[in-house]
Write a protein that binds this ligand. Structure first.
Ligand code: 2AM
Ligand code: CA
Length: 268
């Protein structure tokens, strides 16, 4: 299979759908300002964007199945699976903030073989395919060379539904705030991941995420020379609801620090 031509096609698709999202965002100010009105509107935008993506991908690769946030297509497991978030960073989108992104990953028999994350507000399209490099708008990207956490700018996501781990999370945050260049909360996991891939951030961790928030961005990090794992250092980061992504150099130090705070295992 020619992964390169498939992913370049998906990159163009993401820009077309991104233009739709940008255009619809302008209407938010003019629709019902009541919260419910806004979120219903965004649900409509999410669903429409996903429909546009799925319809195109069905023609591009008829044999592939889908795991998509808005469930436009029933999940039927196939050798090839698209993993799609039509709008990552919905809260930013509603509030007129950036970043927000479209995330589309391609998995083949359980292994990622391609990914596209289009950050719409800055018109930045990040993509990578199996055996290739990682790119931002046609230029090769790579992770940063910072060697330790204390030289690093980090990012995370604040818990929004699973508050059972809030306390250990706050302790981890307190530690990283005091031992790094700082910690950002951008509000779009796909964007956090691509910012690690291109060297703007050294490390990112978050729990409670879904496969569509992580799959494409994590693959782009790896193709840009970075490392991705779950909190215990294993590979269950797409479906396992916890992810750590780094520039590789700080991975062991960062993963062990996150795990020390977040795991239920007794501490030394
Ligand atoms: P979403 O915008 O596609 O929902 C931010 O912490 C990450 O968590 C984002 O990637 C966001 O993806 C996801 N998320 C899901 N539900 C959320 C919510 N209710 N509030 C904030 N982030 C949410
Ligand atoms: Ca979403």
């Amino acid at each position: 299979m020619n992964y390169q031509s498939i992913i370049l096609d998906v990159a163009e698709l993401s820009k077309e759908v991104g233009a739709y999202l940008r255009n619809e965002q302008l209407k938010i100010k003019t629709i019902d300002v009541e919260k419910k009105g806004q979120s219903d509107f965004v649900t409509y935008v999410d669903k429409t964007a996903e429909r546009k993506i799925v319809d195109h991908l069905k023609t591009l690769l008829p044999e592939a199945g889908f795991i998509a946030e808005e469930n436009s297509e029933a999940r039927i497991d196939k050798d090839l699976m698209w993993i799609i978030d039509p709008l990552d960073g919905t809260t930013n989108y509603i509030h007129g903030l950036s970043p927000f992104a479209i995330s589309i990953g391609l998995m083949e028999r359980g292994q990622m073989v391609g990914g596209v994350v289009y950050e719409v507000s800055l018109d930045e399209c990040f993509y990578a395919w199996k055996d290739g490099s990682a790119y931002l708008n046609g230029q090769t990207i790579s992770v940063s060379k910072a060697p330790t956490i204390k030289d690093s700018l980090l990012a995370t996501g604040f818990p929004y539904y699973d508050f059972t781990r809030l306390e250990p999370f706050i302790h981890s945050l307190s530690f990283f705030l005091q031992n790094s260049h700082g910690v950002r909360r951008l509000g779009s996991a796909a964007s956090d991941l691509i910012y690690v891939a291109c060297g703007r951030l050294e490390g990112f961790y978050e729990y409670g995420l879904s496969p569509w928030d992580v799959a494409a961005g994590a693959f782009i990090v790896q193709q840009a020379g970075g490392k991705v794992s779950d909190y215990s250092g294993g590979n269950n980061y797409i479906f396992g609801r916890e992810v750590i992504a780094t520039n590789a150099l700080i991975h062991k130090e960062f993963q062990e620090a996150v795990d020390r705070f977040m795991s239920d295992r007794p501490r030394n």
